[in-house]
Design a protein around this ligand. Structure first.
Ligand SMILES: NC(=O)c1ccc[n+]([C@@H]2O[C@H](COP(=O)([O-])OP(=O)(O)OC[C@H]3O[C@@H](n4cnc5c(N)ncnc54)[C@H](O)[C@@H]3O)[C@@H](O)[C@H]2O)c1
Ligand SMILES: [Zn+2]
Length: 364
């Protein structure tokens, strides 16, 4: 089992006002935190899957005399909404949660986003700790302080920026995660390489040669990169927009496949992988990357992710969704492109024709 190989002692990463702890260090930091803070009681929020797969791993490592209550909701993005929050606020109230209660969110991005929002708003905000259990939530949702829920079809429409007391990343939880969910999280790691660190990107070119014991190091580097970017630009005025690489078109594709009755739903990372190919093509044709770089990116992504059928008549509705993307200020579609592998060029407007060409090239 590769996750059980001994790991080097990984230093905690200083995020904006909190620490991200890794593997063995994480539980020590948590237990110390519990000793040093006089919490009244402890609530652990899980979904039904992390209740089954992750909670049994977590509880034996927890050292505390506090009364512990488990709050479970049904897994899935469809439940990341205000109704679920209301249920949890009610349960917290019935179980006597107060301003000195602590919430631990144990799960993927749905649990940490929703649980973070529940904690940030309950009695005007109580302490919470996030333990991400999917690859995506470890490398992406662990940093940045975004919490929130969806409003109908509108993703993350309601929320607040608020930081946890700490984040614990333990790759042992990934043991039970499906290959598809692993690949979905991997897309964000590839993005981190493409926008910020060419040497990091290179490590993924021959995935088969990656000794999975090294995977911890890769997760660590991704957290470091996202954190570096967020710290430089917490309010997303400039460089943080780099994190949108692959997401302008990727989000539109993800929404289109979600809404379509005949298409199978794509995981976030699967849609972002397509978005990164398309936006690399656009980067190529804006003279920002070379033909060789484009070929390298396209080949690497197509090796990892299955081809997705995008028909001629899918493209228009995808572009419609793109225009409605909330990230477009003043009606202009702005892309974060790459300028060579490992470097970003933000605020790029792109003509429609080039977007259409990018789709044709993806299909070829
Ligand atoms: N706050 C942020 O900055 C940020 C960043 C990226 C994504 N997000 C949000 O994160 C969400 C997506 O996160 P996600 O991909 O983790 O989805 P998710 O939380 O829905 O998890 C995916 C599935 O895996 C299951 N699961 C979780 N951990 C498991 C484990 N260890 N073993 C087996 N199954 C497990 C879950 O129950 C779920 O069914 C979206 O709502 C997105 O908006 C937030
Ligand atoms: Zn993403």
């Amino acid at each position: 089992m590769w996750f059980h190989k001994p790991k080097r002692n990984m230093q905690s990463i200083q995020a904006n006002n909190y620490l991200v702890h890794f593997n063995q260090n994480a539980y020590e930091a948590l237990n110390t935190h519990l000793k040093e803070n006089k919490y009244s009681n402890l609530f652990i929020i899980v979904d039904n899957e992390t209740n089954e797969y992750c909670l049994p791993k977590f509880l034996p490592l927890l050292e505390t005399d506090l009364n512990i209550e488990i709050i479970e909701f049904e897994a899935g993005e469809a439940n990341k909404n205000i109704e679920t929050c209301i249920q949890i606020w009610n349960v917290l109230t019935e179980l006597g949660a107060d301003r000195k209660s602590l919430i631990i969110n144990l799960g993927g991005g749905v649990v940490t986003d929703l649980g973070g929002f529940v904690a940030s708003t309950f009695k005007r905000g109580i302490d919470f700790i996030n333990i991400p259990t999917t690859l995506l939530s470890m490398v992406d949702a662990s940093v940045g302080g975004k919490t929130g829920v969806d409003l109908g079809n509108l993703k993350n429409q309601i929320g607040v920026i608020n930081v946890p007391q700490m984040v614990l990343i333990d790759s042992n939880y990934l043991e039970t995660l499906s290959q598809a969910e692993m690949r979905s999280g991997l897309a964000e790691m590839l993005k981190h390489g493409l926008i910020y660190d060419a040497a990091y990107w290179k490590q993924f070119l021959d995935l088969k040669s990656i000794d999975y014991a090294d995977f911890d190091e890769l997760i660590y580097r991704s957290v470091e990169i996202k954190n570096d970017i967020v710290i430089q630009d917490p309010t997303e005025k400039n460089i943080r927009k780099a994190l949108n690489f692959g997401h302008t078109l990727g989000h539109a594709i993800e929404s289109y496949f979600l809404e379509s009755e005949i298409k199978t739903t794509l995981l976030h990372g699967e849609a972002i992988a397509i978005g990164m190919i398309l936006e690399s093509y656009i980067s190529l044709h804006k003279g920002l990357i070379s033909t060789e770089e484009y070929a390298e990116i396209k080949t690497a992504l197509k090796n990892i992710y299955d081809d997705v059928q995008i028909e001629e008549n899918d493209i228009d509705p995808i572009l419609e969704l793109l225009i409605h993307d909330k990230k477009n200020e003043y009606g202009l579609i702005q892309f974060a492109l790459i300028e060579g592998i490992g470097k970003i060029k933000i605020n790029q407007s792109v003509e429609n024709k080039l977007i259409l060409d990018a789709f044709q090239d993806y299909k070829s």
